[in-house]
Write a protein that binds this ligand. Structure first.
Ligand code: ADE
Length: 230
């Protein structure tokens, strides 16, 4: 069982993306737990303020350290965490290898940034890993957190129906997945490649591997270099 604790000022943003399909099935099967924590509940004062002005001047608010620390300390007092992740555009770029490794952990905290980010001292004191989902800026870390939970959650053993199917995903061996077809065998004058109808397993495997290589060479030559290096 894997447990995610997500710290956010907008828990509503995460409820729907993690409440359907494979993620909901993983929860129903007791393989995945996702707990959302409203950061404001850990803030002091009548206004429960979670952000403040930036020292040194400059536009945009910064997330205050105290509420974040209070929430993380409470969680840490309840169980041990294998990772405390901060999602941020200046983090390490998420990829399938990182997801594979993370799927073997048990308890993970994800801190979602908002405004102009969190006070640097929180990163220094608590954060064990900083992840970005790509070179573009979101308005908050919630969608990045949802992407991480989805990409990691489906890799937990028992979550996917066909246990082997994640092995053939794009990126699992640094290659993109081959094209796929279903019925009808001919649609609008476009036939399905002959070999897929042949029932000849070895030829089919070979064809798929070739197509993976072709597709990767065409679309992602950067991945192919990784693949060829092994
Ligand atoms: N927060 C804002 N932009 C982000 C990104 N690209 N990745 C992760 N967290 C973010």
């Amino acid at each position: 069982m894997m447990r995610f604790d997500i710290i956010t000022v907008l828990p509503e943003l995460l409820e729907s993306p993690l409440g359907h399909s494979i993620m909901q099935r993983a929860k129903d099967r007791g393989l995945l737990e996702v707990h959302l924590h409203q950061l404001r509940d850990y803030a002091e004062g009548k206004h429960r303020q979670v952000d403040d002005y930036q020292f040194g001047g400059g536009a945009g608010m910064i997330m205050k350290p105290e509420p974040i620390a209070a929430c993380i300390e409470k969680l840490k007092s309840e169980r041990d965490y294998d990772a405390i992740i901060y999602v941020t555009p200046d983090g390490q770029r998420l990829d399938q290898a990182i997801c594979n490794r993370m799927s073997m952990l048990q308890n993970v905290i994800i801190l979602c940034g908002h405004y102009k980010g969190v006070d640097e001292r929180i990163r220094q004191r608590y954060i064990t890993q900083e992840l970005s989902i790509g070179d573009y800026v979101l308005s908050g870390g919630e969608l990045a957190a949802a992407i991480i939970v989805d990409a990691v959650g489906r890799l937990i053993p028992g979550v996917l129906n066909d246990e082997t199917s994640a092995l053939f995903d794009s990126f699992q061996d640094d290659l993109l997945a081959p094209p796929v077809y279903t019925r009808p065998a001919e649609w609008e004058g476009m036939p399905v490649p002959e070999v897929l109808l042949s029932g000849h397993e070895r030829n089919i495997d070979e064809w798929r591997h070739e197509q993976s290589l072709l597709r990767t060479r065409e679309r992602r030559p950067d991945l192919l270099e990784k693949y060829e290096k092994g």
